[in-house]
Design a protein around this ligand. Structure first.
Ligand SMILES: NC(=O)c1ccc[n+]([C@@H]2O[C@H](COP(=O)([O-])OP(=O)(O)OC[C@H]3O[C@@H](n4cnc5c(N)ncnc54)[C@H](OP(=O)(O)O)[C@@H]3O)[C@@H](O)[C@H]2O)c1
Length: 196
């Protein structure tokens, strides 16, 4: 089994170029890209002194990087088709929470990007999936939130949808949130405003 695990700071352009080179040279048979890395900062625009840097990093890690990685790895994925792109958004793409405005905006953007990319690639051998998780027990949610699901639960639900080629995978309570949002966007917004 070739060694695939290597850590890159994908928010740096130099590291991104290095990553693409690494894949082209060591893993030219790559046929899946999972855009999972992200950061969430909670802050208030009224009292956060470091807002520009924090927002910049969130937008870079959560939005610009998945877009760039998709563009840079598209030739490899096309060559190795059938292949797959999986983007991870969030239930917060449906209705944002007050404390993480930029994070929520990047997730709404990823949702929209993923859908439009799926349209563009529909006649290629690349399938574009989106995971829309609820709150999950990971370091990102340490010390906050209730009724978190495990990473294993998320993976099982996603894999069931993946095998049925359900391109948008609303997981756990994100399904309920989507339904509520369809019936009453105002109610969904009110539920999510303070976070879970
Ligand atoms: N947890 C939730 O409740 C939840 C809910 C909805 C959506 N999501 C989404 O699920 C995905 C996974 O989140 P998680 O909960 O597993 O978060 P996490 O525990 O904070 O893990 C995030 C991962 O992203 C990596 N990462 C962040 N910035 C990076 C960068 N610039 N370059 C390379 N790697 C970077 C981190 O690596 P390092 O540890 O090395 O920094 C870490 O492995 C994210 O897209 C998140 O938005 C999570």
């Amino acid at each position: 089994m070739p060694q695939l695990h290597k850590h890159f700071n994908v928010s740096s352009q130099v590291a991104l170029d290095e990553l693409v080179l690494f894949i082209e040279q060591k893993h030219p048979d790559l046929n899946i890209l999972i855009n999972n890395a992200a950061v969430q900062y909670n802050y208030n625009f009224m009292d956060e002194p470091n807002i520009v840097n924090k927002a910049d990093y969130e937008i870079s890690a959560n939005l610009t990087t998945p877009v760039k990685l998709t563009a840079l790895l598209l030739p490899v994925l096309l060559k190795n088709n059938p292949s797959t792109i999986v983007n991870v958004s969030s239930g917060l793409a449906i209705s944002p929470k007050m404390t993480a405005p930029v994070y929520c905006a990047t997730k709404a953007a990823i949702h929209s990007f993923t859908k439009a990319l799926r349209y563009q690639l529909q006649d290629t051998g690349i399938k574009v999936f989106e995971i829309i998780p609820p709150i999950v027990e990971t370091p990102m949610t340490e010390g906050r939130g209730k009724s978190k699901i495990s990473v294993g639960q998320l993976a099982n639900e996603f894999l069931a949808n993946f095998s049925k080629e359900r391109y948008e995978s609303y997981i756990g309570k994100a399904k309920l949130l989507r339904l509520i949002h369809r019936i009453s966007p105002l109610l969904a917004d009110a539920i999510m405003k303070k976070g879970l």
